[in-house]
Design a protein around this ligand. Structure first.
Ligand code: PEP
Ligand code: MN
Length: 279
């Protein structure tokens, strides 16, 4: 058999076959199934109006999950640190208005009970991937957890961090590749598509990609999202803002809400190649 005919017998759909165990977020919504899911919204919850605008836009394109940080892990201590409890209330309010689910970050062990009360998915940030007491704290819950890969962590360390969560009983885990630090400085991080594909092979957990933090540039978010889906990602966590130029965090990598329909249409073309819907 020639190389050409060998590749021709490999259908793209077979690339998405995996041992992934779906994580049920609610009775009618799972991550890690035949659908690729979108989790979209601002980097930070800044105000009621800003977050409501994001929720409305996500609902309008048929999205199910609203992202937004209330507790923000910021590199510089003098930059915006998030609205905290008030941010959680805003998120829940606007998500409920539009029938959306909420993903938001728990930055510290003491935030976990509060965040679990407001969120449908608890996000653990890149800087906290090896914060073991935090991993154990979410491990004691049943609430779905999205574990971001540390930007200087190996795939092995990432998977072992997930084991710290499951060791306490919670196996409702999603892994999230959000870019790693390399020698390259033209982009904020480097999207590790190898890591997406390998994590899918080595673990039963759905793998989400975050093309916003992986690139740090709004103009690269769509190409990186396409690549992540082609590598097998089960979902995308993407930053959208009503006014990126005036965002209080990560404006340079945030797409305007008006770009959401185009983004969904373009990514949907890639998911369709693999026989998956983008929701
Ligand atoms: C975020 O999602 O806004 C965030 C802070 O991400 P990370 O932990 O990947 O930097
Ligand atoms: Mn961000």
């Amino acid at each position: 058999m020639s190389i050409l005919s060998k590749t021709q017998t490999t259908s793209p759909k077979s690339l998405s076959a995996s041992l992934t165990k779906p994580v049920l977020i609610t009775s009618d919504f799972a991550v890690g199934s035949s659908n690729v899911v979108l989790m979209a919204g601002p980097c930070s919850v800044e105000s009621y109006a800003q977050t409501r605008a994001a929720a409305e836009a996500v609902a309008r394109i048929g999205g199910r999950v609203l992202r937004g940080g209330a507790f923000k892990p910021r590199t510089a201590p003098d930059s915006f640190q998030g609205l905290g409890d008030e941010g959680l209330e805003i998120l829940r309010d606007v998500a409920d208005e539009f029938g959306l689910l909420v993903i938001t970050e728990a930055l510290a062990v003491e935030h976990v009970p509060l965040v679990a009360r407001y969120a449908d998915i608890i996000q653990l940030g890149s800087r906290n991937m090896q914060h073991y007491p935090l991993l154990w704290a979410v491990g004691k819950l049943e609430k779905p957890v999205l574990l971001k890969r540390g930007f200087m962590s190996t795939i092995d360390e990432w998977l072992k961090a997930a084991e710290h969560i499951s060791s306490r009983g919670n196996t409702n885990i999603m892994l999230c590749e959000r870019g790693i630090r390399t020698f390259e400085t033209a982009t904020r991080n480097t999207l590790d598509t190898n890591g997406i594909a390998l994590a899918k092979q080595l673990s039963p957990y759905p793998v989400i990609a975050d093309p916003s933090h992986a690139t740090g540039r709004a103009d690269l978010v769509l190409p990186a999202a396409r690549a992540a889906v082609a590598a097998g990602a089960d979902g995308l966590l993407v930053e959208f803002h009503p006014d990126p130029a005036n965002a209080l965090s990560d404006g340079q990598q945030s797409l305007p809400l008006t770009a959401l329909p185009h983004f969904v249409e373009e990514v949907g073309k890639i998911t369709a190649v693999f026989g998956r819907n983008f929701t």
